[in-house]
Design a protein around this ligand. Sequence first.
Ligand code: SF4
Ligand code: SF4
Length: 88
Amino acid sequence: MPLGIVGQFVRLFRPRINAQTCLRYHDGANCNVCTAACPEHIDMHAPDATTALGECTRCGECAAQCPTASIALKLAASEPVISDAESR
Ligand code: SF4
Ligand code: SF4
């Protein structure tokens, strides 16, 4: 069945990480919660994250389980996978 307008719009969104609050990026902690939560096993901190996110289903599990609420689904073209929100 072809995607409806809403379905096509949802596909434009991808999870994005706030580097200011992410434990792994900001504090160097060994946090792996978002990757472990992802049914597609996507590691958004990996060098190939942009490519890997092509498999993202927008299920929101990574955002739901992040202990610091550092992940939000945003328009894919709006910013890099990991963004330093306070420096923009
Ligand atoms: S779960 Fe949250 S804090 Fe942990 S690595 Fe992922 S984005 Fe960073
Ligand atoms: S939204 Fe779902 S599929 Fe996409 S990266 Fe997060 S957990 Fe994985």
